[in-house]
Design a protein around this ligand. Structure first.
Ligand code: AMP
Ligand code: MG
Length: 402
C-alpha cells in the first residue's frame, strides 16, 4: 500500500470518519461539567444583553449634549448603584451619580468618568467633553433576545461556559461521548502498578492516550495489554471493536512479533493506509473493522502521542459531534537554524520563548521517540515539512501548541 503524505493521511481519516458519523445522541450535563464537550444545540439569548442600559464606569450619567463645552456644571439629582433599579429620568442640565454595572437613568446617553469630575454639594463640574454612547452600553447593544449566542458542533470553552451561565443554562445539551477502546500490545509492557524486570517497561501509552481522548470529548476505556500473539491480540481486538472507536498501540512495525496488521486483516478489516510519511510515526494503520474505525498507532511513546494528536484526534472530534477538526498551526520565527532530511514531515517537540512582542520557537535536538521526559518539556510541536530541508534562525516555522 502506498505511503501517504501527511495531508493525504489527514484527509483520508477526515473523509472516512465523516462518512460513518451520523449525529451522535444528545445528553444533558450540568454546566460545570460541560467544558470540553461538544455543544449539541443552538443556544439563544433569553433576553437582551445588556438587559438594561448598563454603565461601564463609575461616574456621572449625562445627556452628552450637555457636556460639549467644558467645564460643564450639572445638577446632581441622585445616585444609582449596581444591583438597584434606576429611579431617575434626566432632564437637560441634570446628572445622576452612577456605579459600574448600574442601570442608567432614562434619557442618559453617556457616562463621564469620575476622574473628570469635581463635586460641589448638589452641583457637579465635568471637565471633559463626551460623545453620545460613551461608557453606557444600551440594552440589547451586544446581543438581542432570541439571537444565537453559541452554535452546535463547537467544543465548549471556558468562554462558552461564561455565555451559558449568562443566559441561565445550568444544564447543557451536549453530544454523547464516544467510547474509545485503548489496547496496548507488547510482551514487554506491564501495567503501571507492576514492578517491571530490567527488560520490561510500564504501559505509558494507554494512559497518555486516555488523556488525549478525554481532552477531545471521548470516553476512554483501557483494555488489558495484549501479548504479542495472534490469539490474544485477536481476542482483545474483538473486545475493543464493541466500542465506538479502537486505538491500538504497538505491533504495527516490521518486527517478527508485530502482529496487529495480520490480525486486523484476518478479521476482515478494510485498511485505508498503513504508512504515512511522517516522523515520529511512519507505520500508522487506519481502517474499518466490522464498521468500527481502528487505528494501529506505533508503540514508541512519542509516536503514539503525536500520531494520535495529528490523525486519530480527527476521529474522536468528529465522533464526539464536532463539525470540524482543524489543527491549530501558527507560524513562529525559529530561535536557531534547523535542517532535516526532507523525505518525511517531522513533528518535533519544541518550546516557545521570548516575550509577547518577540516570540521564538526553539527546537531541542536529541530525545528519541522513546524519550517521554524530553517530550514532556515541549510546549508545542514544530513541523518540518517534507518539501524543505533547511530553515535559518528567524525563518517562520509552523507550530502547533500541545
Ligand atoms: P512497537 O511499536 O510495538 O515496535 O514498540 C515500539 C517501542 O515502543 C518499543 O520500544 C516498545 O517497548 C515501546 N512501547 C510499546 N508499547 C508501549 C506502551 N504501551 N507504553 C510504553 N512504551 C511502549
Ligand atoms: Mg511491540
Amino acid at each position: 500500500m502506498q505511503a501517504l503524505r501527511f495531508d493525504e493521511g489527514r484527509a483520508t481519516v477526515f473523509e472516512r470518519i465523516r462518512e460513518c458519523v451520523s449525529g451522535p445522541a444528545v445528553e444533558t450535563v450540568p454546566l460545570d461539567t460541560a467544558a470540553g464537550r461538544i455543544l449539541a444545540e443552538d443556544v439563544c439569548a433569553d433576553r437582551d444583553y445588556p438587559p438594561f442600559n448598563r454603565s461601564a464606569r463609575d461616574g456621572f450619567a449625562v445627556i452628552a449634549a450637555d457636556v460639549q463645552a467644558v467645564p460643564a456644571t450639572l445638577d446632581l439629582i441622585g445616585e444609582t448603584q449596581a444591583g438597584e433599579p434606576s429611579r431617575f429620568s434626566l432632564e437637560r442640565g441634570q446628572t445622576v451619580e452612577i456605579m459600574t454595572g448600574a442601570p442608567g437613568p432614562e434619557n442618559a446617553d453617556a457616562v463621564v468618568m469620575v476622574e473628570y469630575s469635581q463635586r460641589n454639594g448638589r452641583r457637579v463640574q465635568l471637565n471633559k467633553p463626551i460623545a453620545s454612547g460613551r461608557n453606557l452600553i444600551m440594552a440589547g447593544e451586544e446581543v438581542r433576545r432570541g439571537q444565537r449566542v453559541l452554535a452546535p458542533g463547537r467544543r465548549i470553552s471556558f468562554a462558552s461556559i461564561a455565555v451559558l451561565a449568562t443566559v441561565g443554562r445550568s444544564e447543557v445539551p451536549v453530544f454523547r461521548r464516544p467510547e474509545v477502546a485503548i489496547l496496548s500490545t507488547g510482551d514487554e509492557v506491564l501495567p503501571v502498578g507492576a514492578t517491571p524486570a530490567s527488560y520490561q517497561i510500564r504501559n505509558s501509552n494507554a494512559h497518555s492516550l486516555a488523556e488525549q481522548v478525554r481532552r477531545r470529548g471521548g470516553a476512554p476505556k483501557i483494555l488489558p495489554v495484549a501479548r504479542d500473539t495472534l490469539a490474544e491480540t485477536q481476542r482483545l481486538i474483538e473486545v475493543g471493536l464493541k466500542s465506538d472507536l479502537l486505538l491500538l498501540s504497538g505491533g504495527v512495525s516490521m518486527g517478527k512479533h508485530d502482529v496487529v496488521e495480520e490480525v486486523l486483516l484476518g478479521l476482515g478489516t478494510e485498511l485505508f493506509f498503513t504508512t504515512v510519511r511522517i516522523q515520529p510515526g511512519k507505520p500508522l494503520v487506519f481502517g474499518y473493522c466490522r464498521d468500527t474505525p481502528v487505528f494501529g498507532l506505533p508503540g514508541n511513546p512519542l509516536s503514539t502521542m503525536v500520531t494520535f494528536e495529528v490523525f486519530a484526534s480527527i476521529a474522536v472530534d468528529l465522533m464526539a459531534g464536532a463539525s470540524d477538526s482543524p489543527l491549530p498551526f501558527m507560524g513562529v520565527p525559529l530561535a536557531a537554524g534547523f535542517r532535516h532530511k526532507p523525505v518525511l514531515t517531522r513533528f518535533i517537540g519544541a518550546r516557545l520563548e521570548g516575550s509577547y512582542t518577540d516570540t521564538r520557537v526553539r527546537i531541542d535536538r536529541g530525545g528519541g521517540s522513546g524519550d517521554v521526559a524530553a517530550f514532556a518539556r515541549a510546549d508545542c510541536l514544530a513541523v518540518a515539512t517534507e518539501d524543505r530541508s533547511e530553515w535559518q534562525a528567524g525563518d517562520l516555522m509552523q507550530v502547533m501548541p500541545l
